[in-house]
Ligand binder design. Structure first.
Ligand code: PMP
Length: 392
């Protein structure tokens, strides 16, 4: 038999939690596991700018005929400007992808192409899909520590040691901002050092940008990555719009290739297109058309930015409240106010995570990752009390 010969698969621990949460009957249950933004009522609303753009699309979209493996070209241009700024976006080309995950998969395919054997280096802990995604693409994966020994900052020394061990042509995955799961990003001044170290050894930066606007601001969050791009000859950037535009299930993303060799960029795009063609052929249009409609219209873009600002400000208020709560340092919350993005990583073991769930109906990821964007401000006190109960 064919099917029964296949390897058994471990259930994805995070996806299993979605089901466990849905079937939990306790009132007041709190899902801090899955990485989606939630308002104070636990809802993930469709953003107003998105609804307005959708109304326009329904009214004006002339056709749903095929667009081709690049998807919506204007979308990729607009997103390139948002991510890279006007100055650098002229040195990049992009294609629409199936979310940030699709962009990373195509990036993995590009790294494996061209007959050169390249390894991919990941600072760990990192998003739980990174390692399996690159391994599935056949790339050898190497890891180093993302967080310093004190647990509060980016481990530049570990990064530089990994750079020395890498072979020229290897790639380093860096999260552009709002690191998942730790919330710990390199300081602004460190990004140039990172870029120089990679460039000196002929290593390729692969930047995963999924949380632009969830740290200090849309422009501020892109600054470190842009500084890095200023000192490297080439880079690949995988962008997700799913958190920033609240479009999760519409699967919106882009792969950007950056460099100053126009012929090289053409080749990169041709290869990316070829990889997409063999996988899903063409990306789904709707979400990217929504983002393009917003970014191409000053009025809609202003509404979107205001909504994103409100989400960020709420997250920052939650972070400040957590850092100011009694016993914050002992609970691993002392540094959260200075961190960015949607997550923080708490020093909880499996048994403590399980006790949070069984005693308090609070669901966090199995590694102790907490989605702060799902924690209502008025429940911060109850959350830290529950944490103290299971962890101290
Ligand atoms: N990169 C990181 C760091 C992420 O956290 C995520 C989503 N959890 C992604 C990429 C991909 O997101 P999506 O495929 O939904 O765009």
């Amino acid at each position: 038999m064919f099917f029964s010969c296949l390897d058994a698969q471990k259930p994805d621990p995070l996806l299993s939690l979605i089901e466990a949460f849905a079937s939990d009957q306790r009132p007041g249950k709190l899902d801090l596991s899955v990485g989606v933004y939630r308002d104070d009522h636990g809802r993930t609303p469709v953003m107003r700018a998105v609804k307005l753009a959708e109304e326009r699309l329904v009214r004006d979209q002339p056709s749903k005929s095929y667009l081709g493996p690049d998807g919506d070209r204007r979308f990729a241009e607009c997103l390139g400007e948002l991510v890279l700024g006007r100055g650098l976006s002229g040195q990049a080309r992009g294609i629409q992808t199936v979310g940030g995950t699709g962009a990373l998969s195509i990036a993995a395919g590009l790294l494996g192409a061209g007959g050169v054997s390249r390894k991919i280096w990941l600072g760990t802990p990192t998003w739980s899909n990174h390692l399996p995604l690159f391994a599935a693409a056949g790339l050898p994966v190497r890891t180093y520590s993302h967080v310093d020994e004190q647990g509060g900052g980016f481990a530049l020394d570990a990064f530089l040691a990994a750079v020395q061990q890498a072979s020229p042509g290897d790639a380093f995955l860096l999260q552009g901002c709002g690191h998942n799961p730790t919330g710990i990003d390199p300081d602004i001044a460190t990004w140039t050092k990172i870029g120089r170290a990679l460039a000196d050894r002929g290593l390729i930066p692969l930047i995963d940008l999924a949380y632009q606007g969830f740290g200090a601001g849309v422009e501020e969050d892109a600054r470190g990555m842009r500084d890095l791009l200023g000192v490297v000859p080439e880079a690949v950037i995988a962008v997700s719009c799913n958190k920033t535009f609240g479009l999760y299930r519409d699967r919106v993303g882009a792969l950007l290739c950056y460099g100053n060799d126009a012929a090289g960029l053409d080749l990169a795009m041709a290869n990316a297109r070829g990889i997409a063609r063999c996988s899903y052929s063409m990306p789904p249009d709707h979400g990217a058309a929504v983002v393009r409609t917003i970014l191409d219209d000053a009025g809609l873009a202003a509404i979107w930015r205001e909504e994103l600002d409100a989400m960020r400000n709420r997250l920052r208020a939650t972070r400040r409240a957590l850092a100011a709560s009694p016993g914050a340092d002992a609970l691993g919350l002392g540094g959260v106010a200075g961190q960015g993005g949607m997550f923080c990583l708490l020093p909880l073991d499996g048994a403590q995570v399980e006790r949070l769930r069984s005693r308090f109906a609070i669901f966090v990821a199995p590694d102790g990752r907490v989605n702060l964007a799902a924690l209502p401000l008025e429940r911060v006190g109850a959350f830290t009390e529950a944490l103290a109960d299971v962890a101290l």
